[in-house]
Design a protein around this ligand. Structure first.
Ligand code: NAP
Ligand code: F7E
Length: 351
């Protein structure tokens, strides 16, 4: 019998890919999910692993549910991926960001400390920790200067992880992952927003796309490769923190240009920049130096920017084509309202 792992946030992009990866390594895979009025298991169904995982209801706001999840799963490893993960939302729900994304980490760590301090713990840390003002590749040594409620909650989670490692001797590690994307990415993130819009416009299902800060630069990698690094981090002799990235950065404008080209379109005819999609603070440059991960984990990225954009746009094109012909399959886009439909604090500001 293989090892056992508990993934918080198994319904999200990384949770689904990590579950698939661990099943292939012969793990017993347990995952927490939130009770919602409409079930949200489409990614697990899309990867065809839904029947092979064990689901446990839990919410990061409820410590008792986390304790139950640990008692039921008795894991060797916990991958703590659940979070309020959209930076834009953290400006609208800043208290929730602190409670869920920040204090949630302590609830999981405390449960581990009480139930079994021998459990290994992975914390989903992020390049957003670095914040504004950088122009060069960022490493484990670069100081953090968070620029959003999301990032400051993640900074708290980063330090709690280190404190439980150094204070209680728990095998607790931070993966400082730069942006990673895939056809399973949430619809509100810029890569998927663009790949979905390019596909719909090419098929005559949509007319335009409104974006925010298109000068912003990101280091975008491919999510299925990044989940392998999470596992590698927990297989080392000593617990430590690692940057996972591609060490390349591109602007949102380059992304939109490439995505529309893959769909056979000239982006300038369809894309507008609208102030309502700008954040109160944005991080303009992120690029990660993954030398330590390469040296110590033997990890390096294979899929780079152009291939990533091609994978995403081609998949969204194919999905919309199949859907238009009447085929039905687990998928988020048909139920996602156009962002113009959503009245948020930021959208209301200029009305
Ligand atoms: P995601 O697709 O948004 O998934 C987030 C997961 O957290 C979902 O399963 C969600 O459940 C769950 N969740 C949210 N609030 C919760 C709560 N109160 N209690 C329990 N579960 C809750 O995010 P992702 O892209 O997979 O990212 C995984 C983790 O890595 C996150 O912590 C994120 O902040 C971090 N991260 C992501 C990236 C990236 O580029 N993707 C980079 C660095 C770090 P529902 O399905 O019910 O919403
Ligand atoms: O924005 C700009 C936006 O929302 C990327 C999360 O996984 O990665 C993610 O956070 C950039 C920003 O991702 C739009 O202002 C322009 O500069 O796709 P995003 P993010 O904020 O980088 C990090 C590593 C995480 O940890 C997070 O969990 O694109 N941008 N126009 C836009 N962004 C969005 N969403 N929508 C736009 O219309």
């Amino acid at each position: 019998m293989g090892k056992s792992a508990l993934i918080t946030g198994i319904t999200g992009q990384d949770g689904a890919y990590l579950a698939k990866f661990l099943l292939e390594k012969d793990y017993q895979v347990y995952g927490t999910f939130r009770r919602l009025s409409t079930p949200n298991f489409w990614r697990l169904q899309y990867l065809d692993i839904f029947d092979r995982i064990h689901l446990i209801p839990a919410d990061l706001l409820d410590a008792s549910s986390i304790i139950s999840a640990l008692k039921i799963s008795q894991p060797d490893e916990v991958y703590h991926l659940a979070a309020q993960s959209f930076v834009g939302t953290s400006f609208e729900q800043p208290v929730g960001a602190g409670e869920i994304t920040g204090l949630g980490v302590t609830r999981v760590m405390e449960a581990i400390r009480e139930i079994n301090p021998g459990i290994k713990f992975y914390q989903a840390s992020t390049s957003e920790l670095y914040g504004q003002g950088n122009t060069e590749s960022l490493s484990e040594q670069t100081p953090f200067r968070p620029s959003s409620p999301y990032a400051s909650a993640k900074l708290y989670g980063y330090w709690i992880t280190r404190i439980y490692r150094e204070g209680y001797g728990i095998f607790a590690c931070n993966g400082i992952l730069f942006n990673h994307e895939s056809p399973l990415r949430g619809m509100e993130f810029v890569t998927r927003k663009i790949s979905n819009a390019a596909a719909k416009i090419a098929l005559g299902l949509e007319k335009k796309l409104a974006l925010g800060n298109i000068e912003s630069k990101r280091d975008w990698g491919y999510a299925p490769e990044y989940v392998e690094s999470m596992w590698l981090i927990l297989q080392q002799e000593k617990p430590d923190d690692y940057v996972i990235a591609t060490n390349e950065s591109h602007t949102v404008k380059e992304l939109v240009e490439k995505a529309f080209a893959v769909a056979g379109l000239d982006w300038e005819k369809y894309v507008t920049v609208e102030e309502r999609f700008l954040r109160p603070l944005d991080v303009n440059f992120l690029q990660g130096d993954y030398a330590k991960a390469k040296r110590e984990l033997g990890w390096e990225p294979k899929v780079k920017f152009n291939e990533l954009v091609e994978i995403m746009v081609k998949e969204d094109l194919s999905r919309w084509q199949r859907w238009s012909k009447g085929e039905r399959f687990p998928w988020d886009a048909p139920n996602y309202p156009n962002e113009n439909k959503i009245l948020s604090r930021m959208l209301k500001l200029d009305r």
